[in-house]
Design a protein around this ligand. Structure first.
Ligand SMILES: Nc1ncnc2c1ncn2[C@@H]1O[C@H](COP(=O)(O)OP(=O)(O)OP(=O)(O)O)[C@@H](O)[C@H]1O
Ligand SMILES: [Mg+2]
Length: 179
């Protein structure tokens, strides 16, 4: 019962987000967002789920990479990616989150060593309502995540092969903080 309610609540929130995206009714703030801090907060939120799945999340952000983005939307994308990792992989799959910086973008990279996404699904996972396996999700998470990243002038990419799945959120890099 509790699971059914959680699933319906998630679906309702997802559908509302999509309607807002379609109506251009989503306000995007542009602030300095330290990606590793968001990752740590979301990993804590998912602590019980990842523990149940025996998939502790390893976070590595040695340089304190910062993006210019909306902190709540970055958190939402992170939640979608971290929710998928234990949901669509076998128990015991390792999950890691890292950050990197290249000239014009700040990257947040979520990797798992689950069974990977089949080649024929790879091009489709960002489509609305596409689900690639028998786990009963709504197929909306990644569609929302990609649309939000585009709204922040960023992108969301996927690389996957057998035993490895990696999503990378790229966002405009924040100007260095002046001390
Ligand atoms: N880390 C992953 N490993 C393997 N497959 C994945 C992973 N992340 C996503 N997928 C595949 O991509 C599909 C689409 O993901 P998406 O998050 O959009 O939808 P969902 O998880 O099925 O449902 P929802 O997120 O709306 O509850 C999933 O159904 C799954 O097949
Ligand atoms: Mg999902």
């Amino acid at each position: 019962m509790r699971e059914q309610v959680a699933r319906l609540t998630k679906l309702t929130v997802e559908l509302l987000d999509l309607s807002k995206l379609d109506a251009d009714a989503i306000q995007i703030r542009r602030e300095r967002v330290v990606l590793g801090e968001v990752a740590t907060r979301i990993a804590e939120e998912f602590g019980p789920a990842t523990e149940r799945h025996r998939s502790p999340i390893d976070i590595s952000d040695p340089d304190g990479v910062a993006a210019r983005a909306d902190p709540e939307r970055v958190a939402q994308i992170m939640r979608i990616l971290i929710d998928n990792a234990p949901t669509h992989t076998p128990e015991g799959t390792a999950i890691s989150v890292g950050t990197r910086i290249e000239e014009e973008f700040a990257g947040l990279v979520v990797t798992d060593d689950g069974s990977g996404i089949e080649a024929r699904s790879r091009g489709r996972v960002f489509e609305r309502f596409y689900t690639g396996d028998e786990v009963s999700g709504s197929g909306l998470g990644l569609a929302i995540a990609r649309e939000l990243s585009l709204r922040m002038d960023g992108s969301l990419g996927l690389r996957s092969r057998w035993g490895h799945t990696q999503f990378e959120l790229r966002l405009p890099v924040a100007a260095r903080a002046t001390v």
